[in-house]
Each structure stands twice: as structure tokens, then as C-alpha cells.
Design a protein around this ligand. Sequence first.
Ligand code: SF4
Ligand code: SF4
Length: 325
Amino acid sequence: MPAKPKVAFYWCASCGGCEESVVDLAEGILGVVEAVDIVFWPVAMDFKRADVEAMADGSILASLVNGAIRSTEQEEMVRLLRRKSQLVIAYGACAHLGGIPGLANQFDREQILKYVYEESPSVQNAARTYPQPRFAEDGRVATLPGLWKLVRTLDQVIPVDYYLPGCPPTGKLLQDALGALLAGNAPPKGTVLAPDTALCEECPRRDTKPTDLAFSAFKRPHQVMVDPEKCLLTQGLLCLGPATRGGCGALCVKGNMPCSGCFGPTSRIKDQGAKFLSSVCSSVAATEEKAIDDILATIPDPVGTFYRYGLAGSLLRARVGKAAE
Ligand code: SF4
Ligand code: SF4
């Protein structure tokens, strides 16, 4: 019997939701296991780094990597998987765009460590002990991965062949992608494996979306009784559907929640946050500077709203002055 194609899964700076989405294939995972040989999947199977190092270069058909890159260990692992794999797929919003971990690029590393190990209300650390990359005692040495100054997307560290967007990608996207790769029907390298159309086009509320909007205030979902039929933008909710790639089936909007943009932009948009911000600002129902400022001040957490998943991969990338190490 011919050997099955080898596939690897790996996680970097992520929450575990992408790993969960693979498990969520439920009985569909049996089809994946039948079609491929999973040679590395630390969250579910007991393979070690040494097992990957022992493989021939290029012997893995595809490595699906989720999570952003923040630590030295993550960087070493994705470089190793790149060498061993014919294809690398950025799996999910964090690998694709930086994701929620990328919001840390608003702060410098020392500020983050100080908060986590000293200032957070739940921390008791009178001795101000911080994790050290290297610790030696009685002739024994323990090491930890180092933390880079910036969170990076996967393609800011290694060449990436395909992107599966979403937080997390849907099971259908994963199955379609693996099916296409195994059948030799892979699209051109660099493709985001989801429709290149805006989410609004697949939204059940799209017929109620007005061509002209006039915001007098922006609302959060808990502040309004959301009409389940009408476009969320008409209700003052910041729905990122117009600036976001479709392919999820408008999951959040069907749940009466605005799209927060996890599929990233379509190929025609260079910077998802800037695109949406510019359209929102041009639709403010005021002409005087003070009145405009008052309306814009109702947007809670602008970076978290417009760049929730895409700060690390955006044109802004990080707060000015925080250069990469
Ligand atoms: S803005 Fe949101 S609610 Fe309105 S049509 Fe687009 S995806 Fe649907
Ligand atoms: S509606 Fe938006 S945030 Fe929700 S899953 Fe789809 S792309 Fe992601």
C-alpha cells in the first residue's frame, strides 16, 4: 500500500481554539486520519521535536500552523517545520494576521511583564521574581524560551503557501482545503482559502444595508435591543462585514452579534482596520469638529475594534517606537 501523505499540526501564540476546531470535525476527523498520516500534533499526540528533526527535509506534505509568533521556541519550531514541509498553511486568524495576541503590540515587552508578574490585582510576588530564559543551580541548568519584543504573523517569519482564515477556521474550510491539496487541486501559492468577497454578500441582512449611513452614536450590543432582521450598521453597531472576507456563513451576525473581522480583508483591501475606519468616519452625522469628536468618542477601544485580529499584520503593526528585536 502506498504511504499516506504526511501532515503536521502545530500551535504557537494562540488560545487553543484552532486545535479545538480540528477536533470539532467530529466524525469528519476520521476521514482526515484515513487520508493522511499525522506525524506531529503536540496537543493530541505524543511526538517530540526530535521526531520532526529526524524526518527528511520536505517529507511532510503540509504543516498547518496556528498562532502568532512571539517566542524564540515558536520561531525555531516554525523554521523547522518549514524545512520539513512541502507546504505551510497559516491556520486561523493569529497565524494569518497576528490575531488577538497581536494586540500586545500596543505595549512594550517590559510593560507587559511588569503587569503580569507585579501589578496585576491577582498577583502575589513580593520578591519580584520574573521567569528567566536561563537558570542555573547546583550544576543544573533550566532554560525557557525567550520573548521577542513584537508579536509577528507567520509570514513575517517564514514563507507561507496558503492561509485558512478565521477565529477559528470552520470545519468546512479545513476539509475543503485538505481535500483540494490531496486531490492535487491546490490554488496558486499565496491564496487565502476562502471566498474573495465581502461578508455582507453572504449575510442574511444584506438587503437592509443602506447605501448611505449617518452615525450619531456608536453602540455596543448590550446597549441596544438588536433587531434580528436589520443590518447591524443601521442600528449603530460596528459590524465589520463590509471590510471582511466571507466564508464563515455570517456566523456572528446570525447570532445577533456584529462581525468583528476574524476572516481578515479581501484581496482588494490592504489594511482592514484602516478601510473600515475610513468608511465609518466618512459616515458620521456631524460637520462641526466638536460634534464629530463626541460621536467618535462613543467607539469603545478603537484599536480592539478595528484591529482586533489584524494589528500585527497591518500597516501600523505596533505602537510607534517599539522596534522589533
Ligand atoms: S454590515 Fe454586517 S449586518 Fe450589515 S449586511 Fe454587512 S455583515 Fe450583514
Ligand atoms: S461573522 Fe465575522 S467575526 Fe464572526 S466568524 Fe464570520 S468573519 Fe469571523
